[in-house]
Design a protein around this ligand. Structure first.
Ligand SMILES: C[S@@+](CC[C@H](N)C(=O)[O-])C[C@H]1O[C@@H](n2cnc3c(N)ncnc32)[C@H](O)[C@@H]1O
Length: 275
């Protein structure tokens, strides 16, 4: 039986999925031929794609560590969490405090299937299948409510997901609902594909070519301008150094050395606190 035939129920192996293409970029095994083909098309334009994917995981690691170790956050809502990989949010948090609760949310059925085994392996974690575009399905979900106390500060992670919402799906309004749902002292982390425009014209041109490929193959992907991405934080206060290239956000000694290749300029992130 091929790996496609062994796919969990509900998983469409004939079309690439964002979660599985990202898994391929990270060197994971939870992807199918159709995902690898889509990934390879993008890699022809930006061969440094895997570096960008790993930079995003590095940003996640540093942001989560900061939130647990420095900001005292003990509950996380990780929306668009992706397939289990090395260094999942609860593993990073539990190195500092094993009592930290993490709810993983993703719309991809494969994440639910694999996540049940790997992400929801501790009583402090769970995984649900839901769509970021329907915040009420997440915020009112009984499993979420049993894990997250919305009267206490929450770490909301929207990493690598808002760029999978089209402009007419209003990612800004979606982010605003999650910002409003959490109390003062909560944090929002966002990472997002970025179009650097004239500041880095070659990187910008390639980003827009990859945007086309993503939309042809997966039907999603938007490389947005810096101002738009900053806007998703609303009135939350951005921690230094603001919304930056991922490797520049509070680099740590255990980071992979960064290289200023094209995707260095086309994937940014930031972390902000609700006043
Ligand atoms: C690029 S991965 C990012 C994974 C992880 N957050 C990270 O940054 O390493 C994006 C994830 O968002 C999920 N996703 C895309 N659109 C979504 C939606 N509308 N609702 C929930 N999840 C979605 C995909 O299934 C995928 O797992």
């Amino acid at each position: 039986m091929s790996i496609e035939e062994r796919a969990p129920v509900g998983v469409d192996t004939t079309r690439p999925s964002v979660a599985r293409v990202y898994d391929y970029m990270l060197g994971g095994k939870d992807n199918f031929a159709v995902d690898r083909q889509a990934g390879q098309m993008a890699l022809q334009i930006t061969p440094d794609g895997p570096l960008a994917a790993r930079a995003n995981r590095g940003f996640l690691r540093r942001a989560v560590r900061h939130l647990v170790a420095e900001a005292g956050i003990r509950q996380f809502l990780d929306i668009g969490s992706g397939l289990p990989t090395q260094g999942n949010v609860h593993e990073i948090a539990h190195e500092i405090d094993p009592q930290t609760r993490v709810v993983y949310v993703d719309s991809d059925p494969m994440v639910l299937a694999h996540g049940r085994a790997l992400l929801a392996s501790s009583p402090m974690t769970t995984v649900i299948q839901a769509d970021v575009r329907h915040p009420e399905q997440i915020l009112d979900n009984p499993e979420v409510r049993s894990m997250i106390d919305f009267t206490q500060p929450v770490g909301v992670l929207l990493l690598g997901i808002l760029h999978h919402l089209a402009d007419d799906e209003d990612p800004g309004a979606v982010a605003a609902v999650y910002r409003a749902a959490v109390p003062s002292g909560s944090y929002l982390a966002i990472s997002h594909f970025h179009d650097p425009g004239d500041a880095h014209p070659d990187a910008s041109k390639k980003a827009l070519m990859v945007e086309k490929i993503f939309n042809q193959t997966m039907g999603t992907g938007r490389w947005r301008r810096h101002d738009e991405i900053v806007g998703y934080f609303g009135d939350f206060e951005l921690l230094e150094p603001g919304v930056t290239a991922l490797p520049d956000w509070r680099p740590a000694p255990d980071d992979e050395p960064s290289e200023q290749t094209d995707t260095y300029y086309t994937f940014v992130g930031g972390l902000a606190r609700k006043p």
